[in-house]
Design a protein around this ligand. Structure first.
Ligand code: 5GP
Ligand code: ZN
Length: 114
């Protein structure tokens, strides 16, 4: 999978539509197309990395920003008080479908472990 073909790279480049929740030079956040909770946002680095094994390729600070933006999104969408989950599906057994690293921010209902 190269960056030309990657679904989330296309969303980040705005070649595909999404409901953008947040964006800056490093991080992009958009609503999941198939929300599994009242709040379900995906937070991605603009730079393509497939999974956690490639996270070392990201510039210093971007990993921290991913988590900060997850928190900012939760604040913006008003789930900080009720609580929310930040989840990374990494690889086949975790059900990863899109191989561009992303954090799921899930909130607005009671969430359990799988
Ligand atoms: P994964 O299973 O890889 O952790 O999560 C991929 C997520 O991307 C899924 O929750 C799925 O609903 C979401 N998704 C797949 N295609 C699209 C799309 O075209 N647009 C948006 N906004 N989300 C998508
Ligand atoms: Zn990508």
């Amino acid at each position: 999978m190269n960056q030309e073909d990657c679904l989330f790279c296309k969303i980040v480049r705005k070649e595909l539509n999404s409901n953008v929740v947040y964006e800056d030079d490093e991080v992009f956040a958009f609503e999941d197309i198939n929300g599994r909770a009242p709040v379900h946002v995906l937070v991605v680095p603009r730079q393509h990395v497939a999974n956690l094994e490639e996270i070392g390729q990201l510039p210093d600070g971007v990993t921290k920003r991913l988590f900060e933006v997850a928190s900012e999104v939760a604040e913006k969408l008003d789930v900080t008080e009720g609580g929310y989950a930040v989840r990374i599906n990494n690889g086949q057994d975790a059900g990863q479908e899109v191989f561009h690293l992303h954090l799921h921010v899930l909130g607005g209902k009671r969430l359990g472990m799988p």
